[in-house]
Design a protein around this ligand. Structure first.
Ligand code: ADP
Ligand code: ADP
Length: 227
C-alpha cells in the first residue's frame, strides 16, 4: 500500500506535449481509473510512475519517497499490459514463478511454491498450473499475466487496459475479480481504460485526462454528476 503523488509533472515527446503540469494525489489503497481519449496521456502517466520514462519537470513520489531518480526495479511497482506478456512454452506455474526467480530477489524455492499456489487460488486457476500458456483461453492468459504482478506483492499496481482484448462476458467477470482482489490485497492500483463501465464499477477515484491535462479527479459519483 502506498500513496502516489505527482507534482507539476510534464512530459513531451519532441513537439508532442504528452502531459502538461499534472498534479495528482492518489490515496493509499485507492483504485484509480484513468479515463480519456486516445493520445490523452494515460499510458504516459503509468510509464512515468513505473519509471519506464522520466518526467521533463516535476516530482513523483510513492509512499512518501521521491522516486524520480529510481529505476523501475527500485520502485516496487508492477505493471500489467493489454498484451499478455507470457512465455508461451512455459507452464502457468513457470510463468508465475518467473518474476520471483530474479537474481536480485533470491526468493527461496518453498516460498516461490507457496506464493504461486496462493496467487493461483486468488485468480481461480489452480487447476491450470501445469498447462502451457498456449493451452489457455484468452481470459485464463489474462489472469496469469495479472498473476505475474500479484506474486511480487508490490506496493503499487499499474494496469494498462488489461481487459481490452477480452470479450464482454470475460471482461465483466474479471472486473468483479479485480475489484475483489484489490480489496483483498488492500493495494494501490491505477488502471487505464477507455471503458466508462469499468470506471463506474471498479474505481474508488476516477481521473480524466484530455490532451495531456488532468481535467477531473474524484469519486466516480462526482465525476458523472459533473461531466
Ligand atoms: P493514451 O495512453 O491516453 O492513449 P499516450 O500516453 O500513449 O496516450 O500518448 C500521449 C501522447 O504522447 C500521444 O500524442 C502520443 O502519440 C504521444 N507519445 C506517447 N509515447 C510516445 C513516444 N514514445 N514517442 C512519441 N510520442 C509519444
Ligand atoms: P494506448 O493503448 O494507451 O492508446 P498507444 O497505442 O497510444 O497506447 O501507445 C502504445 C505504445 O506506443 C506506448 O508505449 C506509447 O508510449 C508508444 N507510443 C504512442 N504514441 C507513439 C508515437 N507517436 N511514437 C512512438 N511511440 C508511441
Amino acid at each position: 500500500m502506498a500513496e502516489i503523488t505527482l507534482n507539476g509533472v510534464s512530459k513531451s515527446y519532441g513537439q508532442t506535449k504528452a502531459l502538461i503540469d499534472i498534479d495528482l494525489a492518489v490515496p493509499d489503497g485507492a483504485f484509480v481509473v484513468l479515463l480519456g481519449p486516445t493520445g490523452a496521456g494515460k499510458t504516459t502517466t503509468l510509464r512515468l510512475i513505473a519509471g519506464l520514462e522520466k518526467p521533463d519537470t516535476g516530482d513523483i513520489s510513492i509512499g512518501g519517497t521521491r522516486v524520480n531518480g529510481l529505476t523501475p526495479a527500485q520502485r516496487d511497482v508492477a505493471m500489467v499490459f493489454q498484451q499478455y506478456s507470457l512465455y508461451p512454452h512455459l507452464t502457468v506455474r513457470e510463468n508465475l514463478s518467473f518474476p520471483l526467480r530474479s537474481p536480485i530477489l533470491k526468493t527461496p524455492e518453498d516460498e516461490i511454491a507457496r506464493k504461486v499456489a496462493e496467487v493461483a487460488e486468488v485468480l481461480h486457476i489452480p487447476h491450470k498450473l501445469d498447462n502451457k500458456a498456449t493451452e489457455l483461453s484468452g481470459g485464463e492468459m489474462q489472469r496469469v499475466s495479472i498473476g505475474r504482478a500479484l506474486v511480487r506483492d508490490p506496493l503499487v499496481y499499474l494496469m494498462d487496459e488489461p481487459l481490452s482484448s477480452l470479450d464482454a462476458k470475460l471482461r465483466a467477470d474479471l472486473r468483479v475479480e479485480l475489484k475483489r482482489i484489490h480489496a483483498e490485497l488492500a493495494a494501490t492500483l491505477i488502471y487505464v481504460t477507455h471503458d466508462q463501465i469499468e470506471a463506474m464499477t471498479m474505481a474508488s477515484h476516477v481521473g480524466v485526462l484530455d490532451h495531456g491535462r488532468l481535467v477531473q479527479f474524484g469519486p466516480p459519483r462526482e465525476i458523472y454528476e459533473n461531466p
